[in-house]
Design a protein around this ligand. Structure first.
Ligand SMILES: [Zn+2]
Length: 65
């Protein structure tokens, strides 16, 4: 396994960590029910994606009882 020969100084270490920050998730409005959803995911409220129902939310909640 390769081992670093010399320690990086603070500025070099911190320069590398500049890009480590997290960015907040962008939210989109669901065209069906209007709640904010993560893009490219099925809407958790109405179960719609790309204009059609992918999962039956009501049925799922019934079975969960
Ligand atoms: Zn929806």
């Amino acid at each position: 396994m390769p081992v670093p020969k010399q320690r990086h100084n603070k500025s070099r270490r911190d320069r590398s960590r500049v890009n480590h920050k997290l960015t907040a998730k962008k939210l989109q409005k669901c065209p069906k029910c209007g709640t904010f959803i993560i893009p490219h995911r099925v809407c958790p409220k109405c179960g719609y994606y790309k204009g059609r129902e992918v999962i039956n939310v009501l049925k799922k909640s019934k079975n969960g009882k």
